[in-house]
Design a protein around this ligand. Structure first.
Ligand SMILES: [Zn+2]
Length: 282
């Protein structure tokens, strides 16, 4: 039986960089991204081109990665202007990234309170941003911020945010547990609902660790059908951190429930490289 591909997405240089006391230099970013490329992760999220000089410089360089796709991070367009006239989207498109990941709201409460725009306007911002990036030829993924909390509050609206990106050509829809408060049984239940509308091969999981469940939630999401897993080296990240890829990657190789069913771009013999990965950010 042929195995299904499971994709690994590292966000140490973006979400991990939001850890208190962490400030990656351009050299740190080079070192960490090339170690991740050597390990064989599918995607490295390198930061926000245009947001600060270090990230802009990092995204102006040719990295010649062997396997990893350099991913630029940003947010969906503002309501005030078109996607074409959004300076941040332009800096992502003009950066030397292979793929672009934009975050956007998927919880109606956040759309109202944090953005102060209508639900329809938010959907429009997601769909127009998606079309614009897809047209540029870069691989596009949508980070659905606060997705699990949003789904619990208003499942129809949370789903319509995902569809606004998926129906317009997003390669990946990433389900985010932004506050880290969702439990594994809830992840299972909600992913099973989402998968009725969007195939698992287009879904990712981005779990925060506030209830110490980020790894468990990521494993539950994969078992329920998602095929991209996001996390960081040592679970670095703001507050209590992100899902720890240094625990997840060995689990995918060493636990039969996963190793019988999935294959990764990472080679099995590279597991021994994880030890040096742990040290790289100490
Ligand atoms: Zn995050």
């Amino acid at each position: 039986m042929s195995k299904e591909q499971l994709y690994i997405f590292d966000t140490t240089l973006r979400d991990g960089a939001q850890t208190q006391g962490v400030d990656f230099s351009i050299d740190d970013k080079e070192k960490i991204s090339s170690a991740l490329d050597n390990l064989g992760v599918d995607y490295v999220e390198g930061g926000w081109p245009g947001a600060n000089p270090t990230d802009t410089e990092f995204f102006n360089k040719d990295h010649n990665f062997k396997s990893t796709k350099l991913t630029a991070f940003g947010m969906t367009k503002k309501s005030e202007h078109s996607a074409e006239n959004d300076p941040m989207l332009s800096s992502l498109i003009n950066s030397k990234s292979t793929s672009v990941c934009l975050f956007g709201k998927s919880w109606d409460f956040q759309v109202d309170v944090a953005l102060g725009i209508s639900n329809e306007q938010n959907l429009m911002n997601i769909s127009e941003s998606t079309k614009h990036i897809v047209k540029s030829g870069k691989e596009f993924m949508f980070d659905a911020e606060h997705f699990f909390d949003g789904y619990k509050a208003n499942p129809e609206y949370a789903m319509s945010c995902l569809k606004a990106a998926y129906d317009n050509g997003a390669r990946w829809i990433v389900l985010c547990d932004t506050n880290g408060g969702t439990l594994p049984n809830e992840v299972t239940k909600i992913v099973r609902e989402v998968i009725k509308h969007i195939p698992g091969e287009n879904l990712g999981i981005h779990a925060h660790n506030d209830t110490e469940n980020a790894v468990a939630n990521s494993l539950a999401a994969v078992q329920a059908g998602v095929r991209q897993v996001q996390g960081t080296i040592n679970g670095l990240g703001e507050r209590c951190g992100n899902a720890n890829l240094m625990s997840l990657i060995p689990s995918f190789f060493l636990k039969k429930d996963f190793s019988d069913k999935f294959e990764l771009s990472i080679k099995r013999e590279n597991l021994k490289k994880l030890n040096s990965m742990l040290k790289i950010i100490r």
